[in-house]
Write a new protein. Structure first.
Length: 98
């Protein structure tokens, strides 16, 4: 899975570095928790992109289903996290999507 935060460049261009850090740290921590629960391997984060795989390093027969469930969970969690962060990071924070 390659997840890119849509709207991040415009959003971050009018924010303080500490606000950008808060957003990315909060979102990625939430995704990491989901990955751990679903046994998904996070490859890396690059800027506003989160890269993960299923079936590595340990093969699994349900890799496609596991990744689909992980992606769905991440979409839901992103909406929850950005809504919650609106009070500290600004009203357009919840407009960010993946």
């Amino acid at each position: 899975m390659f997840a890119d935060l849509v709207g991040f460049t415009a959003w971050s261009s009018v924010r303080e570095p500490s606000q950008v850090f808060t957003l990315l740290e909060t979102v990625y921590r939430a995704f990491d928790q989901i990955a751990k629960r679903r046994r998904i391997f996070k490859v890396e984060t690059v800027g506003d992109c989160y890269v993960a795989v299923s079936g590595l390093p340990e093969p699994r027969k349900d890799h496609a289903l596991a990744m689909a469930k992980f992606a769905s969970d991440c979409l839901k969690k992103l909406g929850e996290v950005t809504k919650k962060l609106e009070t500290t990071l600004g009203p357009d924070t919840a407009d960010l999507t993946v």
